[in-house]
Design a protein around this ligand. Structure first.
Ligand code: HEM
Length: 224
């Protein structure tokens, strides 16, 4: 007999998987709309990279959303599942990107900017692996809740590394768009970039509010 906690976990996973599938469909049609789809494994690599990164960004932004908009509290439970599914999608991207790099080793790290993009990618990848490993109850038993929270909170550094990774790679495309040579709809990587920046700003705003509130607390107590 399945207990209610397990049933709730399974339900949350299923809802998050459906959301993940819908994200993939939306990203695919966005690619069709902008004409970015060229067919083949490059599309799979880029679609999984964009959809995966969007889910990861959403997962990071959820605590900020629920802090500022209380009615979104009920969605906080999906934060972990969306983050994990986003990470699994980016693993597909990593697989195809590495297969391509190994087939064209002369191109892969041919310029300084590609090397920096790769360093960002490796850092993000290893940190997200670490976050995945500690996002379990048994990890809390082994490393403790405090260590787990620190590792998860520093996930923003991995998000920054991700942004650096694709910003370096996609900047020429974004410049084409700014110059009007791409079309009227922005490349998806630019949309992902803007979302990621908004997630950072949301986190900073939340941190400021928490500090302001904690500083004003003793005064409130005294004045009572
Ligand atoms: C060793 C690991 C990785 C390698 C070798 C790699 C390689 C690449 C390459 C070559 C591109 C350019 C694709 C193109 O323009 O066709 C790219 C784009 C991108 N990567 Fe990675 N990547 C890695 C890891 C990651 C990770 C861990 C993430 C996210 C968590 C990520 C997110 C992205 C995103 C969002 C794009 C932009 C996709 C687009 O719209 O074209 N990558 N990556």
């Amino acid at each position: 007999m399945i207990n209610s906690k397990s049933a709730h976990t399974i339900q949350s996973w299923l809802k998050a998987i459906i959301f993940c599938e819908l994200s993939l469909i939306v990203v695919y049609f966005y690619y069709k709309l902008t004409g970015e789809a060229v067919g083949g494994t490059r599309d799979i690599s880029r679609i999984t990279a964009d959809a995966g990164t969007l889910l990861i960004v959403l997962s990071f932004a959820m605590s900020g959303f629920s802090y500022f908009f209380n009615f979104l509290d009920k969605y906080l439970v999906y934060r972990k599942y969306l983050g994990l599914l986003g990470f699994y999608l980016t693993l597909v991207h990593v697989y195809y990107a590495l297969v391509f790099a190994l087939a064209h080793p002369d191109m892969a790290l041919s310029t300084g900017s590609r090397v920096w993009s790769f360093i960002g990618a490796i850092f993000a990848l290893t940190y997200f692996i670490q976050m995945t490993l500690v996002s379990n109850n048994w990890a809390i038993k082994i490393i403790g809740g405090k260590a787990q929270r620190i590792i998860l909170r520093f996930g923003y550094v991995a998000l920054a590394a991700t942004v650096i990774h694709f910003w370096i790679r996609k900047l020429p495309l974004w410049e084409d768009f700014m110059a009007g040579d791409f079309g009227s709809i922005p490349p998806l990587s630019l949309v992902v970039f803007v979302f990621a920046i908004l997630a950072f700003l949301l986190r900073i705003a939340m941190e400021v509010m928490i500090r302001v509130k904690s500083q004003s607390k003793p005064e409130t107590t005294e004045s009572k």
